[in-house]
Ligand binder design. Structure first.
Ligand code: PLP
Length: 500
C-alpha cells in the first residue's frame, strides 16, 4: 500500500532548509549575474556590486565592518585558515594555543595537525553541560600562549559560552581570541565587537542559506595572512573567483537574522514543551544542554537504557530526522569527543540524541515525534533482535536458516573482510533489493560498527520480514570477539547481490 511519507526535520544544527527568498535571489543571480567580479566591464562590475551588497548584509547582524568580512567556502575553510595562518605568523617563543575540548572537528583536527608540527595545544576543562571553567582556563595560560580558541555555541549541546569573561582574560594577557560562531548567528543576538572577538567563523547553511559558503571575520588591525593564494580577490586575503550566487544567498539569509531572532522565543517554548513531553515518557532522562544558557532550538538528551541507534532507526522509519553524537565509522561507534568532554561514558553517549528545531518546526510535528517515541519506549513498535558478536559463532554461521546481509560500503569492505556466507549489498543500493531477501530465514544485518545495520534491520521489519537481527558492534566487534573464526573464515563464500 502506498504510504505518504511525512518528514519532520529536527536536525537543524546539521543544516537548514534553504529559505524561499534565498532560493529566488540565488536563481536570479545565476540567471543574470554571470560576470566575474574581477572583470572591469559592466557585467563584472554588476557581479562585484552584488557581492559587496552581500558583505554588508553579513556584517550588519554581527556588528562588524564590511572590510572585516572575507567570504570563504564555508566555516571549515574559515577555521582552517585562521588557525594555520595564525600559527605560522607567530614568533618562535609563542607556540601555545588554549582551546575548548568541545570544538567542531574542523577546529579540533586542525589543532591536532598543528600539534604534530610542534605547537602546544592545551584544552581547558568544561562542566557537565559543556560550559568552560573560566578559572581553570586562566590558570593554563603561560608565556608561550598566543591564542584562545572557544566556540560561542556548541553544535551538539547548544551550550553558549561566557565569551565576555573569556575575552576579558584574553585582553588582560594580551592574547588573541578566535571563536567559531557558526551555531550562534540567527539563534542568539551577536555583537562581535562587544564580545571582544578577534576572529570568528560563519556558515550560510546553518541559517537557511546555501551550502559551500561562509565567512571569516577578522578584527581590523588583528594579525592576518592569506591562506589560499592566487588572484587578488577579497582584497588579497582569499584568492579564487567568488561564488557569486552562494555569496548572495548567504547575504539574503543574513537579512532575515533579526526576523529569526524575533521568533526564537517561540522556538524555545516549543523546545521546552518537547522536553516536558519527553520527561513524561522517560522521567529518568538526562538533559546535557545547559538549558538556561543555550541556543533556543537545541536539546541534547541521554535516554538511559535506550540505544540511540535503535531510536534513530525508528524515528527515521517515521520520517523524523535527528542525529546522535556517535558515528558508525571505520573505528567503530566512537562516542563524540563533545559527549566525552562533558563526562558521558561510552554507554551514555550511545544513548544520547540531539534534537534541533527551527522557526519552521510546528507543535504538530513535536506531538507526532513524541507519539512515536512513546510507542517505541512502551514496546509498541516492531522489534529486532540484537545479537552479540560472541553469539555469531561457527554453529550460527553454518546454519542454513540464517541469512547474513552485509550492508557495508566498498571502502569498509576493503578495511575488514566480511562474515563468511554473507550477502553483500551496499547501504546506498539496499532499497532496490528490499523485497528480494528470503522471508523464511533469520536475517542478520551486519555493518561496520552497528549503527547502519540498525536502521536497515528496522526497515526490513517494517517491510514485513518477521525474523530480523542486527550484529551489535558490527564486523569490528565480530573480529575482536571471534579472532580464530576471522582468520579462518572471514571473506569466504561471499555473494555479491549487486554487480561490480
Ligand atoms: N563549526 C560548527 C560549530 C559547525 O556546526 C559546522 C557545521 O557542521 C562547521 C563549523 C563547519 O561548517 P561548514 O559546513 O560550513 O564547513
Amino acid at each position: 500500500m502506498f504510504r505518504l511519507r511525512r518528514e519532520v526535520y529536527l536536525d537543524n544544527n546539521a543544516t537548514t532548509k534553504v529559505a524561499k527568498r534565498v532560493q529566488e535571489k540565488m536563481a536570479s543571480v545565476l540567471k543574470l549575474q554571470f560576470g566575474n567580479p574581477s572583470s572591469i566591464y559592466q557585467a563584472g562590475r554588476n557581479a562585484a556590486a552584488v557581492v559587496e551588497d552581500a558583505r554588508e548584509a553579513v556584517a550588519g547582524p554581527i556588528n562588524a565592518n564590511t572590510e572585516e568580512i572575507i567570504f570563504t567556502s564555508g566555516a571549515t575553510e574559515a577555521n582552517n585558515h585562521i588557525l594555520r595562518v595564525l600559527a605560522e605568523v607567530q614568533p618562535s617563543d609563542k607556540q601555545a594555543i588554549l582551546a575548548s575540548p568541545i570544538e567542531h572537528p574542523s577546529v579540533k583536527n586542525t589543532l591536532a595537525g598543528l600539534e604534530q608540527k610542534g605547537f602546544i595545544v592545551k584544552f581547558f576543562p568544561v562542566d557537565n553541560k559543556g560550559r568552560a571553567l573560566i578559572d581553570k582556563l586562566e590558570a593554563l595560560i603561560d608565556e608561550q600562549t598566543f591564542l584562545i580558541c572557544c566556540m560561542l555555541a556548541n553544535n551538539e549541546l547548544g551550550t553558549i559560552q561566557d565569551l565576555s569573561s573569556i575575552s576579558r582574560i584574553v585582553k588582560e594577557h594580551n592574547l588573541l581570541l578566535f571563536s567559531d560562531c557558526v551555531q550562534a548567528i540567527g539563534k542568539i543576538p551577536l555583537d562581535i565587537k562587544a564580545l571582544g572577538i578577534d576572529y570568528a567563523s560563519f556558515s550560510a547553511h546553518k541559517l537557511h542559506g546555501p551550502k559551500g559558503v561562509g565567512a571569516l571575520y577578522i578584527r581590523q588591525g588583528a594579525p592576518f595572512a592569506p591562506f589560499i593564494l592566487g588572484g587578488h580577490q577579497e582584497q588579497d586575503r582569499r584568492a579564487g573567483t567568488e561564488s557569486v550566487h552562494n555569496i548572495v544567498g548567504f547575504g539574503e539569509a543574513c537579512r532575515a537574522v533579526s526576523d529569526l531572532l524575533n521568533r526564537m522565543k517561540v522556538v524555545a517554548d516549543l523546545r521546552n514543551r518537547f522536553l516536558e513531553g519527553l520527561k513524561e515518557i522517560k522521567p529518568e532522562l538526562i538533559v546535557n544542554t545547559a538549558l538556561g544558557n543555550t541556543t533556543p532550538n537545541t536539546l541534547n538528551i541521554t535516554f538511559p537504557g535506550v540505544s540511540n541507534a535503535e531510536l534513530m532507526a525508528v524515528l527515521d522509519l517515521h520520517g523524523i530526522c535527528v542525529s546522535a553524537g556517535s558515528a558508525c565509522n571505520s573505528a567503530g561507534n566512537e562516542p563524540s569527543h563533545v559527549l566525552k568532554a562533558i563526562g558521558l561514558s561510552d554507554t551514555a553517549a550511545q544513548e544520547t540524541i540531539r534534537f534541533s528545531l527551527s522557526t519552521e518546526t510546528t507543535q504538530k510535528e513535536i506531538d507526532y515525534t513524541l507519539r512515536i517515541i512513546r510507542e517505541f519506549a512502551e514496546g509498541r513498535m516492531p522489534t529486532v533482535n540484537v545479537l552479540k558478536a560472541s553469539h555469531v559463532n561457527r554453529d550460527f554461521l553454518n546454519n542454513d536458516e540464517n541469512y547474513i546481509l552485509d550492508v557495508r560500503f566498498g571502502y569498509e569492505r576493503a578495511l575488514l573482510k566480511g562474515l563468511p556466507n554473507s550477502h553483500e549489498v551496499s547501504l546506498l543500493s539496499f532499497k532496490r533489493y528490499i523485497h528480494h531477501f528470503p522471508r523464511d530465514k533469520n536475517i542478520l544485518v551486519v555493518c561496520m560498527g552497528g549503527v547502519d545495520a540498525t536502521a536497515i534491520a528496522y526497515r526490513l521489519r517494517d517491510k514485513g520480514y518477521k525474523n530480523v537481527s542486527l550484529l551489535l558492534g558490527g564486523v569490528i566487534a565480530w573480529r575482536i570477539a571471534q579472532v580464530e573464526l576471522y582468520s579462518e573464515m572471514a571473506g569466504t563464500n561471499i555473494t555479491k547481490l549487486e554487480p561490480d
